[in-house]
Design a protein around this ligand. Structure first.
Ligand SMILES: [Zn+2]
Length: 190
């Protein structure tokens, strides 16, 4: 068992249940980037995981079967996972042949641990009016603050203290435009 293993608080997941933590940031970023096949391969890998090891050993046939991805696309879709920093592939020698061991990495579950490639495809949840940064899934916390009229519960950019607001339609279109021109979207424009 992993040293930092914590049992789930979900009442449906008690003793006797079999489950894995779905890597939501990785699957969302891959889908956002147009790599749905890679997201499905990662899902198929998760179906062969457990809480005692970071590594899974499904064959290419098994990955194809559980992901719905054609055998001819498995290699390229798996390479995308490596490029995004979501898995590491280790070749294990088995006599004359070898098989792949896929190590599923922490970044799959953490927006803030994405590498440079994956970071281009984070899905912003809002922006900070204090510093102008985009805010991702877990970049804020809630605080009771006055908005001038009443004390309300608002989202605060952790570390900066600025208020987090939802992205406007115009800002989202702006993000898309930057991505299409291959720019790294780090800050909001306008
Ligand atoms: Zn901020």
């Amino acid at each position: 068992m992993n040293p930092d293993y914590v049992p789930s608080k979900d009442p449906r997941l008690g003793p006797g249940s079999l489950w894995a933590a779905l890597p939501i940031p990785a699957c969302r970023a891959l889908t956002y980037a147009g790599h749905v096949k890679s997201s499905q391969i990662l899902f198929a890998m998760m179906l062969h995981s457990n809480d005692r090891s970071f590594a899974v050993f499904p064959s290419r046939e098994t990955l194809a079967k559980y992901s719905g991805v054609g055998k001819g696309s498995i290699t390229s879709a798996t390479q995308v996972l490596v490029d995004f920093g979501f898995i590491k592939v280790n070749k294990i020698k088995m006599g004359r042949t070898s098989r792949n061991e896929y190590e599923i990495l922490r970044a799959c579950w953490h927006w803030d641990e994405f590498n440079e490639v994956a970071s281009r495809y984070k899905v912003p949840k809002g922006h900070c009016v204090g510093c102008g940064h985009w805010i991702y899934a877990n970049g804020w916390h809630y605080e009771q603050r006055s908005d001038g009229l009443a004390v309300i519960r608002m989202r605060i950019h952790t570390g900066c203290g600025g208020r987090v607001k939802n992205l406007t339609k115009k800002q989202i279109l702006n993000i898309r435009a930057q991505e299409e021109s291959a720019g790294m979207p780090l800050y909001l424009l306008g």
